[in-house]
Design a protein around this ligand. Structure first.
Ligand code: PLP
Length: 400
């Protein structure tokens, strides 16, 4: 009898975490490494949020809480949805988990049966397909390439839907491309979904606040209220409020689904960290000016990285609408040889050679379901980005 479960054989560890770990390892060995792999803001959590957490500790808010969130936080989440998204939810329609990751995982665990299909536009956040597999479902990746700015077309969505489709996972702005759907683009996808009432929508709005220029964020349940009853609107404080380590994510949707997600959570982790919930409460109810400031910084960095990468030989880098990632195409680099003598046969080889020969850590495109590309996270200081992009330019210029 094998010791490890069959479930484990279906999934792989997160490649983004693997790159971050490898870069940290090389750094610890004294190598000059610049990590552009991690998906987290480099800013510190705002002081008012940290203070709220300290107050919570001093007030003894250190015990178990209600499994899927304290009532104050659920009320704040309802207020946030109304204020920022025009969506009305009651606290019974809200669940709070240990990061956005847990809420998405709970939803899939609570709903996927063998044979159920989940449509995932590719390139995708690395965890979606593996979470679907863990839950016993079948991921159905649909490639939205550079020609549509990494956005799924209505025709592609229509073609991917079958009688077995349970969920359509929608993520705008996207990790790994930063692509954000305009209202018109999302409207067109909603029109397809209206024709298929058995399909549920999981909208992962994690990067809602990180949008640039005059781009306006929108979410399916708001764009098409007729989809409200079969949409799970997911969000969290990790990226917007620089709170990745606090582990608070949340979701809102129909009561029966929220209850089922709570059941999964009650038998796995129980409540998310009590202190972090009070911190998240302050994040959602305290001053919000931090968000606009962050946006400005990220927009400046996006422009820097896009222009420097487009100046690298053989690299094409579209300008994304949001998040803190770019996803350049490196088709023209494939088949070439690095100055260290490595033949670039695919994007994983490109990323490994880049790390070994220049010390710049990026994540290869195959991890996200679209090659040949790589993902740069530009959530790091401008000077570091300039240095890293300079090294990428030199690496590409040396390819023969
Ligand atoms: C698209 C997307 N959704 C969800 C998450 C998970 O966020 P959290 O850290 O709150 O679990 C991430 C984190 O990288 C993400 O990129």
């Amino acid at each position: 009898m094998p010791f490890l479960s069959d479930t484990l054989a279906r999934v792989k560890p997160s490649p983004t975490i693997a790159v971050t770990t490898k870069a940290a390892q090389l750094k610890a060995e004294g190598k000059d490494v610049i990590g552009l792999g991690a998906g987290e803001p480099d800013f510190d959590t705002p002081q008012n949020i940290k203070d709220a957490a300290k107050r919570a500790i001093d007030a003894g808010r250190t015990k178990y809480t209600a499994v899927d969130g304290i009532p104050e936080l659920k009320a704040a989440i309802c207020a946030k949805f109304l204020r920022e998204n025009g969506l009305t939810y009651t606290p019974a329609q809200v669940t709070v988990g240990t990061g956005g990751k847990q809420t998405l995982y709970n939803a899939l665990m609570a709903t996927c049966n063998p044979g159920d299909e989940v449509i995932i536009p590719a390139p995708y956040w690395v965890s979606y397909p593996d979470m679907v597999l863990l839950a016993g479902g079948t991921p159905v990746p649909v490639v939205a390439g550079i020609e549509t700015n990494f956005k799924l077309t209505p025709a592609q969505l229509e073609a991917a839907i079958t009688p077995k489709t349970k969920w359509f996972i929608f993520n705008s702005p996207s990790n790994p491309t930063g692509a954000g759907y305009t209202r018109a683009e999302l409207r067109a996808l909603c029109d397809v979904l209206l024709r298929h009432p058995h399909v549920w929508i999981m909208s992962d709005d994690m990067y809602e606040h990180l949008v640039f220029g005059d781009f306006e964020f929108c979410t399916p349940a708001e764009v098409e209220p007729k989809l409200y009853d079969r949409t799970l609107t997911c969000n969290g404080v990790s990226k917007s409020y620089a709170m990745t380590g606090w582990r608070i994510g949340y979701a809102a949707g129909p009561v029966a689904l929220i209850k089922a997600m709570g059941t999964i959570q009650s038998q796995s982790t129980s409540n998310p960290c009590s202190v972090s919930q009070y911190a998240a409460l302050e994040a959602l109810t305290g001053p919000q000016d931090f968000l606009a400031e962050n946006r400005r910084v990220f927009e400046r960095r996006r422009d820097l990285v896009v222009s420097m990468l487009n100046a690298a030989k053989g690299v094409t880098c579209p300008t994304p609408e949001g998040a803190f990632y770019v996803y350049p195409d490196i088709s023209e680099c494939i088949g070439k040889v690095t100055s260290g003598g490595t033949v670039i046969s695919n994007d994983e080889v490109f990323a490994t050679a880049l790390l070994e020969e220049t010390g710049v850590a990026v994540v290869f495109g195959a991890a996200f379901g679209l090659s040949p590309n790589f993902r740069v996270s530009y959530a790091t200081a401008d000077e570091t980005l300039r240095e890293a992009c300079g090294r990428i330019q030199a690496f590409c210029a040396a390819l023969t």
